[in-house]
Design a protein around this ligand. Structure first.
Ligand code: HEC
Ligand code: HEC
Ligand code: HEC
Ligand code: HEC
Ligand code: HEC
Ligand code: HEC
Ligand code: HEC
Ligand code: HEC
Length: 363
C-alpha cells in the first residue's frame, strides 16, 4: 500500500513537472514580442479541476467563442467567404449565435469575397452572406469586449491589423473574475479571486455608446446594449445575475422566472387564450426589437429586448423621430404584430389592456 502510494506520488510529481515544461501557458504567457513572462492569469482550462460545473456551462455558452483562433475555428461548422481558405485566416470573430466575421493573416477584417467588395459576413440564422465594411481596410479594434486580459497597447502576435494585446482570446473565466493564478496557488482562497454581481459590471461589455441612451438604426435597437435597455426598464434595480446564471448560455440561464416575481400577472395569465396556445411572457415583453445580424420581419429583429414595459397607446412610437434612439418601452407593433402579421396596432390596442386574462371564463 505504502509503496504504491509512494510511486503514485512520484508519478504525480513527474506529471506536474512535465506539464510545467510543456504547458507554459498555464504558468506564463508569451508577450507580443515573443518573450515568456510570468502571468497572473491561469486560463479557463485551469479552473475545470475544482469548478467543473461552471466550466462545463461556460464551455457551451457564447462567451468563449466571440474570438476564435483559425486553428480552432476550422474544426467548427463555419463556412468561409468565397475565394478564401483557412490558410488565409488568423481569427474568426463571432459565429456562435448571430454572425461571423473573419480576420486575415495580418489581423485585418476580410471585406471582400471572390475578389469583389462585400459578401464577407456570414449570418447564422439565414445562411446568407452580408456586407460588412465592404471593400474597406478595417482593423480589429474590438478586443476590450472580446478577450481576456486585454491591453490597448501593441498588437497581438505582432499582427498590424490588430489593436491591442490579450492573454487569451474570448471571454474566459478570468475576464469576469480577474487573474486566477494566486487563487489556484493558494488552493482556492476566496479572497484572491474577484466577483462583481452588479449590472454595471456586465455593462462594461453589454453596452453601446452612453448608458443613458438606447441607440437604434433602421427601425431596430442595435445589438450589445442590454445594459442600456436594462437601465431604462422597470428592472433597473435588479442585477443581470438576479435573472441569469452568468455561466450558462442565454436559453438555459434563467434562474428566476417571471412568475416567481410576478405572481399576480402569472395567475391572471394562467388559462387565458394566449397561454393555452403557447404564447410565453417573453414573447410579448421581450420581443426581438433589437438586431444583430438580420431582421426576420418588419417588427422582428434577432435579439430579445430588455425593456419589458409595453405601451398600450396605439399612437406611441418606439423610436425618436430621427430613428436614432429607442424610448424606454415596447410598442404594440413589436409586442403583438410580430405574430399577428395581418393585423394593425389599432386592432392590438383594443385587446392589449387586460390581455393577460383574455379568453378566460368569468368566475
Ligand atoms: C460573464 C462573466 C463570468 C464568466 C465568464 C464566469 N463567471 Fe463565474 N461568476 C460570475 C458572477 C457575476 C458570479 C456571482 C454571481 C452569481 O453567480 O450569482 C460568478 C460566480 C462564480 C462562482 C461562485 C459560485 C457560487 O455558487 O457561489 C464560481 C466558483 C465561478 N463563478 C467560477 C467560474 C469559472 C470557473 C468560470 C469559467 C469556466 C467562470 N466563473 C466564468 C461571472 C462570470
Ligand atoms: C462594448 C463591448 C463590445 C465591443 C467594443 C464590440 N463588441 Fe461585439 N459583441 C459584444 C456583445 C456584448 C455581444 C453579444 C450581445 C449582443 O450582440 O447583443 C457582441 C456580439 C458580437 C458578434 C456576434 C457574435 C455571435 O455569436 O454571432 C459579432 C460578430 C461581434 N460582436 C463583432 C464585433 C466587432 C467586429 C467589433 C469591433 C468592430 C465588436 N464586436 C465590438 C460586445 C462588444
Ligand atoms: C485547486 C482548486 C481550485 C482551482 C484550480 C480554482 N479554484 Fe476557485 N475556488 C476553490 C475553492 C476551494 C473555493 C471555495 C473557497 C471558499 O468557499 O472558501 C473557490 C471559490 C471560487 C470562487 C467563489 C469566490 C467567492 O467569493 O465565493 C470563484 C469566483 C472562483 N473560485 C473562481 C475560480 C476561477 C476563475 C478559477 C480558474 C482561474 C478557479 N477558481 C480555480 C478552488 C479552486
Ligand atoms: C468582457 C466582456 C463581457 C462581459 C464582462 C460580459 N459579457 Fe456577456 N457577452 C460578451 C460577448 C462578446 C458576447 C457574445 C458572445 C458570442 O456570441 O459568442 C456575450 C454574450 C452573452 C450572452 C448571450 C450568449 C449566450 O451564451 O447565450 C449572455 C446571456 C451574456 N453575455 C450575459 C452576461 C452577463 C449576465 C454578464 C455579467 C455577469 C456578462 N455577460 C458579462 C461579453 C461580455
Ligand atoms: C427578480 C424578480 C423579477 C423577475 C425575475 C422579473 N421581474 Fe419584472 N419586475 C420586477 C420588479 C422589482 C419590478 C418593478 C416594480 C414593479 O413595478 O412591480 C418589475 C417590473 C416589471 C414590469 C413593469 C410593471 C409595471 O407595472 O410597470 C413588467 C412588464 C415586468 N416586470 C415583466 C417581467 C417579465 C416578463 C419577466 C420575465 C422575463 C420579469 N418581469 C421578471 C421584478 C422581477
Ligand atoms: C400576449 C402578450 C402578453 C403576454 C403573453 C404576457 N403579457 Fe404581461 N402585459 C402585456 C401587455 C400588453 C401589458 C400592458 C397592459 C396594460 O398596460 O394595461 C402587460 C402588462 C404586464 C405587467 C404590468 C401590469 C400588471 O398586470 O401587473 C406585468 C408585471 C406583466 N405584464 C407580466 C407578465 C408575465 C409575468 C407574463 C407571463 C406569465 C406576461 N406578462 C405575459 C402583454 C402580455
Ligand atoms: C428580469 C430578468 C432579466 C434581467 C434583469 C436581465 N435579463 Fe437578460 N434575459 C432574460 C430572459 C428571460 C432572456 C431570454 C432567455 C431565452 O433566450 O429564453 C434574456 C436574454 C438575454 C440575452 C440573449 C438575447 C438573445 O436574444 O439572444 C442576453 C445577451 C442577455 N439576456 C443579457 C443580459 C444582461 C447583460 C443583463 C443586465 C444588463 C440582463 N440580461 C438582465 C431575463 C433578464
Ligand atoms: C408569439 C406569438 C403571439 C404574440 C406575441 C401575440 N399573440 Fe395573440 N395570439 C397568438 C395565437 C397563436 C393566437 C391563437 C390563434 C389566433 O386566434 O390567431 C392568438 C390569439 C389572439 C387573440 C384572439 C383571442 C380570442 O380569445 O379570440 C387576440 C385578440 C390576440 N391574440 C391579441 C394579441 C395582442 C394584443 C398581442 C400583443 C399584446 C398578442 N396577441 C401577441 C399569438 C401571439
Amino acid at each position: 500500500m505504502r509503496r504504491a502510494r509512494g510511486i503514485l506520488l512520484i508519478v504525480g510529481v513527474l506529471i506536474f513537472l512535465v506539464s510545467v515544461m510543456f504547458a507554459p501557458s498555464v504558468f506564463s504567457f508569451r508577450t507580443a514580442s515573443g518573450q515568456v513572462a510570468t502571468s497572473p492569469y491561469a486560463g479557463s482550462e485551469a479552473c475545470f479541476k475544482c469548478h467543473p460545473g461552471e466550466f462545463n456551462d461556460w464551455k457551451v455558452s457564447g462567451h468563449p467563442y466571440i474570438l476564435i483562433p483559425a486553428e480552432q475555428a476550422k474544426n467548427m461548422p463555419l463556412p468561409l467567404p468565397a475565394g478564401y481558405s483557412w490558410d488565409d485566416i488568423s481569427y474568426v470573430v463571432g459565429g456562435y449565435k448571430w454572425k461571423a466575421r473573419y480576420l486575415d493573416k495580418k489581423g485585418f477584417f476580410i471585406t471582400t469575397a471572390a475578389g469583389k467588395p462585400g459578401k464577407n459576413q456570414y449570418n447564422l440564422m439565414t445562411g446568407a452572406w452580408a456586407d460588412y465594411e465592404a471593400g474597406k481596410v478595417k482593423k480589429y479594434d474590438c478586443g476590450q469586449c472580446h478577450t481576456t486580459g486585454y491591453s490597448p497597447e501593441g498588437s497581438q502576435g505582432g499582427l498590424p491589423g490588430i489593436v491591442g494585446t490579450w492573454v487569451f482570446p474570448g471571454v474566459g473565466c478570468e475576464s469576469c473574475h480577474g487573474p486566477g493564478q494566486a487563487h489556484i496557488a493558494a488552493g482556492g482562497d476566496k479572497k484572491l479571486i474577484a466577483t462583481d454581481r452588479s449590472a454595471w459590471f456586465c455593462g462594461n461589455c453589454h453596452i453601446r455608446g452612453k448608458a443613458t441612451t438606447i441607440p437604434a438604426v433602421g427601425g431596430f435597437i442595435q445589438h450589445h446594449e442590454q445594459f442600456n435597455e436594462h437601465l431604462a426598464s422597470p428592472h433597473r434595480k435588479l442585477a443581470c445575475v438576479d435573472c441569469h446564471d452568468p455561466h450558462k448560455k442565454a436559453e438555459f440561464s434563467i434562474r428566476t422566472t417571471c412568475a416567481s416575481c410576478h405572481s399576480a400577472a402569472q395567475a391572471a395569465f394562467a388559462g387565458s387564450t394566449m397561454q393555452r396556445v403557447g404564447v410565453r411572457c417573453v414573447d410579448c415583453h421581450m420581443p426581438m426589437a433589437t438586431k444583430s445580424a438580420v431582421s426576420l420581419g418588419p417588427y422582428k429583429g434577432d435579439v430579445k429586448t430588455h425593456l419589458f414595459l409595453i405601451k398600450t397607446d396605439p399612437e406611441a412610437k418606439m423610436f425618436t423621430p430621427d430613428g436614432a434612439f429607442a424610448k424606454h418601452y415596447v410598442t404594440l407593433d413589436f409586442a403583438c404584430l410580430q405574430c399577428h402579421q395581418d393585423k394593425t396596432v389599432k386592432w392590438a390596442a383594443q385587446y392589449a389592456k387586460g390581455i393577460h386574462s383574455l379568453g378566460k371564463r368569468k368566475k
